[in-house]
Design a protein around this ligand. Structure first.
Ligand SMILES: *[C@@H]1O[C@H](CO)[C@@H](O)[C@H](O)[C@H]1NC(C)=O
Length: 220
């Protein structure tokens, strides 16, 4: 009797262990940010968007029209290397290295995207502060671009961005969109839009509470 009880207790404990360990393999539930933007946006101006849907492990946003400035294609050994090179150019731009010698405030995020599919060539973009959007200064090798209102599927992730992390998070975002109404317009937009953009929100010296995003733009 005593033994029977112990076995029962043991099997109960085992089942908890099994449930516990299988739960550990399932990706941690992702808390939708419900329109909460990365903390960086409390300090730096960020482009504005409307939250369309806070889904499970994804978010759909509609970005408002905004003026961005982009580098030309940068050939680099990795995406993260391209981000560094591109950011240096864009940082000089806001520090006054432009045709009007205008200084601008830092904004977030810095966006990196592949310029040519399958090649290690990237463009890096920076959101121009609202104050300067009417009259953005030009600069050699940089392109001022008005971005139309754009639907974007978003997934946030922490830490420092690596090429591998970006690839993995982009795949996880696409997984989380399976079976939703968004997958069709996203598939249809393929080719027109780059596969995904990587948004870096934090300065390199910030070691904790880093927030990055994978953005998949699409039209509906
Ligand atoms: C930067 O932002 C601050 C605070 O909003 C503002 O007072 C200042 O004029 C801005 N500087 C530039 C160069 O736009």
């Amino acid at each position: 009797m005593e033994t029977g009880f112990n076995i029962l207790k043991l099997s109960f404990c085992l089942s908890i262990v099994v449930v516990g360990s299988s739960a550990a393999q399932v990706p941690a539930p992702w808390t939708p940010s419900n329109g909460m933007r990365p903390g960086t946006c409390d300090h730096y101006e960020c482009p504005t968007s409307k939250l369309v849907e806070a889904g499970y492990a994804y978010e759909i946003r509609l970005y408002n029209t905004a003026v961005w400035i982009s580098t030309g294609p940068i050939s680099a050994t990795s995406m993260t290397q391209a981000t560094k090179t591109g950011f240096q150019r864009l940082f000089s731009y806001i520090q006054g290295k432009n045709k009007d010698k205008v200084k601008m405030n830092m904004t977030a995020p810095v966006i990196t995207q592949q310029a040519t599919p399958g090649q290690s060539v990237y463009t890096v973009s920076f959101y121009i502060p609202k104050k300067n959007q009417q009259n953005p200064p030009q600069a050699d090798d940089l392109h001022v671009q008005p971005w139309k209102p754009t639907y974007v599927a978003v997934r946030q992730f922490g830490g420092y961005v690596s090429d591998d992390a970006a690839k993995k998070e982009a795949a996880a975002l696409m997984d989380s969109l399976k079976g939703t109404q968004w997958i069709l317009p996203i598939e249809k937009s393929k080719g027109k839009s780059p596969a995904y953009l990587v948004a870096d929100y934090n300065p390199i010296f910030q070691t904790t509470a880093r927030v990055n995003e994978i953005l998949v733009p699409f039209t509906i």
